[in-house]
Design a protein around this ligand. Structure first.
Ligand SMILES: [Zn+2]
Length: 84
């Protein structure tokens, strides 16, 4: 079988085996009593179960954002991933 080697590999969802598609999503986080929503996060979304998977660089950035939100101390925070 030749000719398909250069094709972008299709990633599979580890939970259900569905196909992962590059997308943008909004992610809610619970930090104790507080809630943070990060909008417009680049992620791979499972077309079957809807689970979102993020690259480690994206996860790092989100952790950074959450740290800063924690310092602000507001009960509900909504931030845009790109604007941070
Ligand atoms: Zn899935």
């Amino acid at each position: 079988m030749a000719g398909e080697e250069g094709k972008k590999t299709t990633k599979k969802c580890p939970l259900c085996g569905g196909t992962l598609t590059d997308s943008i999503t909004n992610l809610p986080f619970l930090m104790g009593e507080r809630i943070a929503v990060i909008k417009n996060v680049p992620a791979e979304i499972c077309s079957d179960c809807g689970e979102a998977y993020m690259k480690s660089s994206v996860v790092d950035r989100i952790e950074n954002l959450l740290d800063r939100l924690e310092e602000l101390g507001s009960e509900v925070s909504i931030v845009h991933y790109e604007a941070a």
